[in-house]
Write a protein that binds this ligand. Sequence first.
Ligand SMILES: [Fe+2]
Length: 268
Amino acid sequence: MTTKDEPRPLRVLQLTDPHLMAKADGDLLGVNTRDSLQAVIEQVLEQHGRPDLILATGDIAQDGSAEAYQVFGESLKVFDCPSAWIGGNHDHAETLARVAGDYNANQRHLVRDGWQFVLLDSSVPGKVFGALADAELAFLADALAANPELPAVVCLHHHPVDIGSDWMAQIGLTNRDAFWQVIDRFPQVKLVLWGHIHQEFEQTRRHAQLLASPSTCIQFTSGSSDFAVEERPPGYRWFEFHDSGEFRSEVGRATAFQFQLDRNSTGY
Ligand SMILES: [Fe+2]
């Protein structure tokens, strides 16, 4: 060999907001959420193959049922890799935690190939908006302080910045100042990643890239002042993390998935 082999990057898949239901024919605005998740999984396998780790950033269930979480766990088996799940506003925290435990998907601090992943619970029971309890903020600060040499990815469900959509302004992370006070102290945080907004989003803050991703079911129209959905295919985000501390990511979509979206709905 005349050229040095590049070390293989860590391959990570983000799946977010699948909104699964106990009923196999359960749909959200006309989209069968089991079918759309399956279409996304097939697209990932075709496009990239298997990841090394899956991050599921909330709203795994629409109805909080154990069946929905089990469907999610069974669906991921095809990837044959670890996953980590956190809850969103639609989830039932205890049921999610119990089923996630069955699939060994309940770890909230993972170290892989020189990177660390911290997963935070921003859900507030009975509320659509999010907040990080003091214990979550302390967990974040402790994890980052204990591993200062490791570049970090911080995941949560709710958006911690304004995304330019009026109806979503009230349902993001309410105590975002406290969150950023922690993040800003730790320059090793390279990425803050979330779900909830059902759309692709990208911004930079100091040392961190801020990213959100399409849902595996329905997509919200970006920049809309009122609730609105658009007919874009279900999607996911794919990452490659390098041991240099750099990473690249791209959004993929299940473009062949056929669906009839109910665009007249005023909520989800
Ligand atoms: Fe959602």
